[in-house]
Structures are given as structure tokens and as C-alpha cells.
Design a protein around this ligand. Structure first.
Ligand code: ADP
Ligand code: MG
Length: 797
């Protein structure tokens, strides 16, 4: 058992605007516990925070200042926890702090750069690397991803996510067994055998979370996400299985309701969040106070799920994320205060070992059989029932392998069952007799041959010799013909081969790289000694591709609008940058793959040369009557050192290629996610534009009368979507959106002088196709284009 208090760390986020001096200081004297001092500027101390103190000091295990990178965070915070999970203990890492303080950045990572990947992808990488190294145990890894929003649990990996909104999914519910163990109903566990598979699941969950999010339901700041790695391990042959869970938790923003300053529905939500975090606080207060017998875990879903992590069987770590800017100081102070309480909680982690009943049954059955045999021997009891067919077959197999075993020490183990012993003797006797008969037959047939030969006359003998000679000649001629044919074929092949060498060369290497943009399959070698192809993108394409494939279903007008939207979107720069990096990485991987192939064939040649050299030396030794050449062969030594050098080179390149492969996979997933985000934002914007068009355009209004705009089921669906998105437009006013939302209502209803200068296509003069869906697409597109043009003109002025 390991007793440990919850470890607390602090991480300060780099400021968005330029650094404000003198707000905080970090004291990291090696002999003392590190402390963070938050200094309130006078203006704040006098008014906003209602007391006279001007500075607050908080102790942490370690404090990571703005410049700490993701690697440092992983090495210092997550790696030790992952290590204990590999040893069989439960672990939890949770990030706590106000919205925007860097919780998601710390737990999952940034959305742009590979170097910004957070604790989850790095931990997955580390765990799978360790599992690969340890061949003494059999490991199984499962992943689950739970989101808790407004006290309801949702499975982010539920395959039905594609079809439904968050609220339509079956809720994950908590069940408690008589031993008070928590079970989560409707939360799927997904087997992940490789790092890539696990990473795909992470991105799938994140993408699902993003898709479910609407401006009204900003789940990312108001929900808690728990990514769990379930690890089981077992030694081969042992019936004991170890289970360990690692929860990586991105909590909802810890800001207070008063500060969010919103009303209505959003206030209800904010209260909920506070309620949920409030219950977390209550649990933590109860745990940090001695002599409290009742801990109110059951009050909320999150505390129920994390019961073991808080004061139970788990090694838990908290990261307090801080955005130490002037306007956030009160929130930062309350985050630190929360952390100080958390640090008082003691956990007791034990190894979670369980006996696998199936394996125990097998072992016990064998033991019973052995004991029965022994008993029968001791008591002299005769067992009379005949051996079964299967038992007989098994015995005969044992005898065969016993006879074939060259080891003089090998034994024929049949236990103490006399029936089996007897059967073995019988069988051996039979084998022996069979062999004798066979030998006799051979001997007699040989002697018969001899008998036949004796009366052969001299003349017949000569005849046979002539025939033999004839046959020999025939064979020689045929062999010569064959040789000639073979030579011809080789020459022809060689000529053709020279022409096609380029082509063949590109086909033969095991390193085939797809086009990075297409996200095709990439095959890389996986073991230094043996070329083994594997695909890194199989699952990714099937899971995420469906989501980015939505565009193919768009009408042409919409597609064109999408292109323009994309071009103007801030994220497109990131996507393009990543595309460039991806291209570079791909060509680097390709070049590396080729060098690896070269190195491999060089290694093969060197090995061949060494063998040849060795044979020559031995032959030389024999011809000179020496068993082993006395002098070490310098040429061979040289070849060997060359071989070693080549092997080293191969290994270095291989390691680099492996790292590249992970990077490429990650970048592709980041890009896929960014594309889904872009598309989603486009849909929202498109709907807004279409709604405005309906409200403001007389052409469309008249279209509405003359052509049944809403008759097809598709357009009905579109309309209901549009209508439902109207509320989004309102919500957007409260929550600014990053998308280039060229709204709209004012611009399209009232004309400014600037607008007049922009050439407009009168909507009513557009030749319509008669298809209401396409028509509305075209009109909406033209409107959208005008609106973008206006925006651009405004920007350039
Ligand atoms: P939270 O999840 O707490 O609401 P985020 O993780 O989304 O906050 O961070 C808000 C923004 O700040 C994001 O754009 C993120 O990339 C950025 N950010 C957060 N922490 C860091 C950091 N340590 N270094 C650089 N950027 C950061
Ligand atoms: Mg977040």
C-alpha cells in the first residue's frame, strides 16, 4: 500500500497581452517548499477584494512558470503517475482553474503544433512504449472518454454520436454494487492495442465533443471531461490479473457565477457548473478535515466517478492552472486556495489484483488429477475404466515427442496412472515391432534384388550400361538447352529491368508514403531487424473521415461559399501551416525510408561478405592443415566493424522514423479536427445567412409563395435547422465567435454608402433553376459573397 497526499502543482499561463510586472513571484529555494506569491496591486486591494491584505502566499510541490513547455510538464507531473499506473496502481491527474487558464492545453494540448501536445497524448506514447519493452507480462489497454455536462454523463466515444446531438444520446449512469464499487452504465471501453489507436480515440472524442457543442451549449468550458486509460496486466501462466486506471481530467472552468455576468439559461448552466464544482469542494473539505465520517461523494456525478481519486485507492495529482493577469487575480487566488485544501487529502493506493476464475479452474483441475493419480498409487487402488480416445491420442503424441527428443535427459511424463503406463509400453512395443517388420522387408527386398542380379548375363549387363549411357547423354543435352534458354530469358529481363529500374525501385521498398493531404496509408518498418509493414491511418480515416467527408454532400453553390469562407477564416492559416509541415515531414520520412532500405541491403551484403570470407578462411585452414587460422583475419574484422557501424546508423534512422510517424499521425489528426471545426462554423454561418435572407429578401419571400420552398423533406430539414439556428445567432451575441461572421442583419436591411459602391447582383434577376433547394443555395451564396465583399472593403478602408 502506498500512502500519499494529493500532489499539487501550479502552472502559470503566458499572458495574452504583454506581461504585467509585479503581480506574482515564485520562490523556488531548493531547501524550502516552492511558493507562489500573488501580489495585489493597490487599486485592487483597496476596492475589489474586500480586505487589507496585499499579498497571498501558496505552497505547491512545484510551480511551473510561463516558459515551462509541455515536455517539462509531462516529465515532472504525468510521467511519475503513469509509472505507478504501469506498476498496477490507480492514478488521476486533474486540471483545475478558470476558463482560459490552460486546463485543456495542459491535459489534451494545443490545437496547432505537434510540440504543444499535452499530457494525454504524451502519456499514451509513454505507456505504449513501456508496454512494448516489457515482455514479461501480457497487457491489455482500454480507453473510455466521459463527458459530464449539467450533471449528466455522455460517452464521447459512443458510435451514435455521429447521428445525434449530445442530449439524444443515452446517458451514462452510475451503478453501485453491494461492495460500493462504482460502475458506469452506457460508457463504452474501447480496446487500444497501439498508441495510434488510442490517439485516434482521443481525437474522435474531442471531435464529437466539438460537434455537439453549440453556442448555447459551450460544453468545453462548462463540462468535465474524463479520459481514462484502463490497463490490465498478467504474467503468462498466472491466474492473477492486475487492473489499474488512469483518469486524465479536464474540469469545467472554476469561475464564479457573479463574474460571468450572464442571465437566463446561461445562468442556470453556470450555477450547475458551480454546483458541480461546489460538490467537489465539499468533498475535498470533508476529506481534509479529520474525524469526518461522511464524505458526500454521492451528491454529484463527478465526485461519484472520481471517488477513488479523492481520498481513496489512487495516486492523485492536481494541476492548478493560473492566468495571472490583473483582472484574473481573484480567480487565481481562489484556485490556489482550493489547491491548498486538496493538498491535505490523504490517499491510500493499493495494487488492484484479481484472480481470473477460468485460469484458477484450469489449474485446480490439473492439481486434482495429479492428486488422484498419486492417491491411486499410494493406496494401490486399481483404476479399471478404459482410457478415452482423447487420452490415448494424447499419450501417443507424448510418446512421439519423447522419441524425437534428442535430449538424453528427457522423460516421458504420464503421471502415476498404471493404465497409462501400460498403454505406453504397449504402444512402444508396437512401434518397435512395426520397425522390425519394415527392416525385414527392406532387407528381403534388397536380397531379392541381389538374387535377381546374379543370373544377369554379361550381354544383358552391357545392354543396360548402354541404355544408361544414352540416357546420360540425353540428360546432358537437355540441361544445356535449359541453360541456354535461361540465359536468354535473363538477358531479356535485364534489358527490360534497366528501363524499369526507376519504377521497380519505387515499388520494392517497404516504405510507401501516401499523399499527406489525402491522408492515405503510410507504411513504415516497425522492427529494426525485420521489415514489417503497418498502416497508421486505418482507423483514423474510418472514424474521422466521415466527419470531414460531409462537404461532398454540399451543393455546388454551398461548396463555393465554403471555399471563400475557408479562405477568410483565421484557422485556415494554421491548417495551411500544418499542411506545409506535414509535407516536409512526409518527404523527410520518405527520404529516411529510402536510406533505411539502403542501409538494410548494405547490412545484408556485408553479412554475406563476412560469411564468404569466413568460408574461404576455413577452406584455407583445411587445405593448410590448420583447424582454425592462427592470425585473426583483418579483412573480416574490417567488414565486421563496417557492419556494426551500418547497424548503428540503421537504428538511429529507424528511431527517428518512428518519432516522425507519431508526429505525422498527430498532425493529421490535428488537421482533421481543424477541418471539422471549420466546417461546423461554416454551417452555423451559412444558416445565419440563409435566415437573414429569408427575413430580408423579397425575392426569396416571393419565391416562398411561387415555389414550394419547403416541400421536399430535405428543404424541410434545412428549414428546421435554420430556425433552430436562429437562437444560435442570439447566443453568439453573448459569446463572441472566432469565425469571420460577416453579419448581417443591419448590413442586409439598411444600405450604407459604402455598400452602394459594391456591385450587387439583384437577387430577383438571377435565373433560377426551378429546384428550390439549389435556388436557395445560389441566392444564399450570392448574398454571402456580397457580405464578404463588404467586409473586405470595410477592412481595407
Ligand atoms: P481552459 O481549458 O482552461 O479554458 P485553454 O487550455 O483552452 O483553457 O487555454 C486557453 C488558450 O490559451 C488556448 O488558446 C491555449 O492554446 C492557450 N494556452 C493555455 N495555456 C498555454 C500555455 N502554457 N502556453 C501557450 N498557450 C497556452
Ligand atoms: Mg478547456
Amino acid at each position: 500500500m502506498v500512502k500519499q497526499t494529493i500532489q499539487i502543482f501550479a502552472r502559470v499561463k503566458p499572458p495574452v497581452r504583454k506581461h504585467q510586472q509585479g503581480i506574482y513571484s515564485i520562490d523556488e529555494d531548493e531547501k524550502l517548499i516552492p511558493s507562489l506569491e500573488i501580489i495585489l496591486p493597490r487599486d485592487l486591494a483597496d476596492g475589489f477584494v474586500n480586505n487589507k491584505r496585499e499579498s497571498y502566499k501558496f505552497k505547491f510541490q512545484r510551480i511551473f512558470d510561463q516558459d515551462a513547455n509541455q515536455e517539462t510538464i509531462f516529465e515532472n507531473i504525468a510521467k511519475p503517475v503513469a509509472g505507478s499506473v504501469l506498476a498496477g496502481y490507480n492514478g488521476t491527474i486533474f486540471a483545475y482553474g478558470q476558463t482560459g487558464s490552460g486546463k485543456t492545453f495542459t491535459i489534451t494540448g494545443g490545437a496547432e503544433r505537434y510540440s504543444d501536445r499535452g499530457i494525454i497524448p504524451r502519456t499514451l506514447s509513454y505507456i505504449f512504449e513501456q508496454l512494448q519493452k516489457d515482455s514479461s507480462k501480457i497487457y491489455t489497454t482500454h480507453i473510455s472518454y466521459l463527458e459530464i455536462y449539467n450533471e449528466c454523463g455522455y460517452d464521447l466515444l459512443d458510435p451514435r454520436h455521429e447521428a445525434s446531438s449530445l442530449e439524444d444520446l443515452p446517458k451514462v449512469t452510475i451503478l453501485e454494487d453491494p461492495d460500493q464499487n462504482i460502475h458506469l452504465k452506457n460508457l463504452t471501453l474501447h480496446l487500444a492495442t497501439t498508441e495510434e489507436e488510442a490517439l485516434n480515440l482521443l481525437f474522435l472524442g474531442d471531435t464529437n465533443r466539438m460537434i455537439a457543442e453549440t453556442p448555447m451549449n459551450q460544453a468545453s468550458t462548462r463540462s468535465h471531461c474524463i479520459f481514462t486509460i484502463h490497463l490490465s496486466s498478467k504474467e503468462p501462466g498466472s491466474a492473477t490479473v492486475r487492473h489499474a486506471k488512469l483518469h486524465l481530467v479536464d474540469l469545467a472552468g472554476s469561475e464564479r457565477v457573479a463574474k460571468t455576468g450572464v442571465g437566463g439559461h446561461l445562468l442556470t448552466e453556470a450555477k450547475y457548473i458551480n454546483l458541480s464544482l461546489h460538490y467537489l469542494e465539499q468533498v475535498i473539505i470533508a476529506l481534509s478535515e479529520k474525524h469526518r465520517s461522511h464524505i458526500p461523494y454521492r451528491n454529484s456525478m463527478m465526485t461519484s466517478v472520481l471517488r477513488d481519486s479523492l481520498g481513496g485507492n489512487c495516486m492523485t495529482t492536481m494541476i492548478a492552472t493560473l492566468s495571472l493577469e490583473k483582472r484574473n487575480l481573484d480567480e487565481s487566488i481562489s484556485t490556489c486556495r482550493f489547491a491548498q485544501r486538496v493538498a491535505l487529502i490523504k490517499n491510500e493506493a493499493v495494487l488492484n489484483e484479481e484472480i481470473d476464475p477460468r485460469l484458477v479452474i484450469k489449474r485446480l483441475q490439473k492439481e486434482i488429477q495429479e492428486l488422484k493419480d498419486e492417491l491411486a498409487m499410494v493406496t494401490g487402488e486399481q483404476r479399471t475404466e478404459a482410457l478415452t480416445e482423447a487420452e490415448l491420442l494424447q499419450l501417443e503424441k507424448l510418446i512421439t515427442s519423447f522419441l524425437e527428443d534428442q535430449d538424453p535427459e528427457s522423460r516421458l511424463e504420464v503421471g502415476a496412472d498404471m493404465r497409462k503406463v501400460h498403454h505406453c509400453f504397449h504402444h512402444l512395443k508396437k512401434l518397435l515391432n512395426d520397425k522390425k517388420i519394415l527392416e525385414n522387408n527392406t532387407v528381403s527386398s534388397e536380397s531379392k534384388d541381389q538374387d535377381c542380379q546374379e543370373p544377369l548375363k554379361e550381354e544383358e549387363y552391357r545392354k543396360l550400361r548402354d541404355i544408361l549411357k544414352q540416357r546420360d547423354n540425353e540428360i546432358n543435352i537437355l540441361v544445356n538447352m535449359l541453360k541456354k534458354e535461361k540465359k536468354k530469358a535473363q538477358e531479356a529481363l535485364h534489358l527490360a529491368g534497366m528501363d524499369r529500374r526507376e519504377f521497380r525501385h519505387s515499388q520494392s521498398p517497404p516504405f510507401r508514403l501516401g499523399n499527406p493531404e489525402e491522408g492515405q496509408r503510410m507504411r513504415l518498418s516497425s522492427a529494426p531487424s525485420q521489415a514489417q509493414d503497418f498502416s497508421i491511418l486505418g482507423k483514423r480515416s474510418s472514424l474521422l473521415h466521415k466527419k470531414i467527408g460531409m462537404r461532398e454532400e454540399m451543393s455546388l453553390g454551398r461548396q463555393e461559399a465554403f471555399e471563400i469562407f475557408k479562405r477568410d477564416h483565421a484557422d485556415s492559416v494554421t491548417i495551411d501551416d500544418n499542411k506545409q509541415i506535414l509535407k516536409q515531414r512526409f518527404s523527410e520520412a520518405k527520404a529516411l525510408g529510402e536510406s533505411i532500405n539502403e542501409a538494410r541491403s548494405k547490412i545484408g551484403h556485408l553479412k554475406e561478405e563476412i560469411t564468404q570470407r569466413h568460408i574461404q578462411q576455413v577452406a584455407l585452414g583445411i587445405s593448410e592443415n590448420m583447424a582454425v587460422p592462427l592470425m585473426p583475419d583483418q579483412q573480416e574484422e574490417k567488414l565486421r566493424s563496417q557492419l556494426e557501424e551500418e547497424k548503428r546508423r540503421y537504428k538511429t534512422m529507424f528511431t527517428r522514423l518512428k518519432a516522425l510517424k507519431v508526429e505525422i499521425e498527430h498532425l493529421q489528426l490535428l488537421m482533421d479536427k481543424a477541418k471539422v471545426k471549420l466546417q461546423k462554423e461554416f454551417e452555423v454561418w451559412w444558416a445565419e445567412e440563409a435566415t437573414n435572407l429569408q427575413v430580408n429578401s423579397p425575392a426569396v419571400n416571393s419565391l416562398d409563395h411561387t415555389k414550394p420552398f419547403l416541400q421536399t423533406s430535405d428543404s424541410q430539414h434545412e428549414r428546421s435547422q435554420l430556425l433552430s439556428n436562429k437562437s444560435d445567432v442570439n447566443a453568439r451575441k453573448i459569446l463572441p465567435s472566432p469565425c469571420p461572421s460577416p453579419h448581417s442583419q443591419k448590413q442586409s436591411s439598411t444600405s450604407t454608402p459604402l455598400e452602394d459602391s459594391i456591385p450587387k447582383t439583384p437577387v430577383s434577376s438571377i435565373p433560377l433553376t426551378g429546384d428550390s433547394q439549389t435556388d436557395s443555395d445560389i441566392i444564399a451564396f450570392i448574398k454571402a459573397r456580397q457580405s464578404i465583399l463588404q467586409k473586405q472593403c470595410l477592412g481595407s478602408n
